[in-house]
Design a binder for this molecule. Structure first.
Ligand SMILES: CC(C)(COP(=O)(O)OP(=O)(O)OC[C@H]1O[C@@H](n2cnc3c(N)ncnc32)[C@H](O)[C@@H]1OP(=O)(O)O)[C@@H](O)C(=O)NCCC(=O)NCCS
Length: 184
């Protein structure tokens, strides 16, 4: 338990999967204007599809006052993360979110830090992730954890989530970041 913010980061329990999916859909709702309708459904549907990631990733939650306040998925082997293209031996982070009323207390940072700790412990050589320039809170967390930009692995958002680039007026890059775990 983090004494400053009183939250506990732990593995999600099977019965929490539906609550995590709902939390993700709600937290990502702010990004709806970034997509035409057809692509929004594909995007939010994939983000909230917690079940599809369970076999290949660790589903983490942050619990505050007995309630799930945040979540993230850690792929110990990033090649299992189907929408991305990371080298073997890397881990990857996906679908980070914190309930709106719990934001600004370090919950997101704690979830990110736990992913880094676990990836190191599992012997991953690096961690990859994708975010976006307008996901400013998340980007601050990743930079503070030591992640660096890796533009060669950027993926156009429509390509990533629908297989076809978004119309020009919507188009944005899923920006790649990585953390080298071979350095101290
Ligand atoms: C990104 C997110 C998980 C951060 O969660 P959080 O618990 O607020 O994170 P932290 O408390 O560790 O704060 C991280 C940053 O959030 C921002 N922040 C702080 N207070 C905030 C508040 N009340 N509301 C929103 N953002 C806030 C700050 O930029 C902060 O960085 P700083 O400490 O360097 O100033 C959360 O904003 C979220 O769910 N966003 C929507 C989904 C999303 O963007 N996911 C990431 C996709 S890559």
């Amino acid at each position: 338990m983090d004494p400053a913010t009183r939250h506990l980061v732990r593995d999600a329990r099977p019965e929490e999967t539906a609550a995590v999916a709902a939390l993700l859909a709600e937290a990502y709702e702010a990004f709806r204007p970034r997509f035409p309708d057809y692509a929004w459904q594909a995007y939010v549907g994939e983000i909230a599809d917690v079940q599809s990631r369970l076999a290949d990733s660790q589903l983490l939650v942050a619990e505050c006052a007995g309630r799930v306040a945040g979540t993230v998925a850690l792929y110990p082997e990033a090649t299992r993360s189907s929408l991305e293209h990371w080298p073997p031996g890397w881990a990857s982070i996906r679908a980070l979110a914190v309930r709106a009323e719990a934001r600004g207390s370090g919950v997101g940072s704690a979830l990110g830090a736990e992913c880094v700790r676990r990836a190191r412990e599992l012997g991953a050589t690096a961690i990859g992730l994708h975010t976006a320039s307008f996901m400013t809170a998340a980007t601050r967390i990743y930079l503070r954890l030591g992640f660096e930009r890796r533009p060669a692995d950027d993926i156009e958002a429509g390509e990533m989530f629908t297989g076809t680039a978004l119309p020009a007026e919507f188009s944005w890059q899923a920006q790649a970041y990585w953390l080298d775990l071979t350095k101290e």
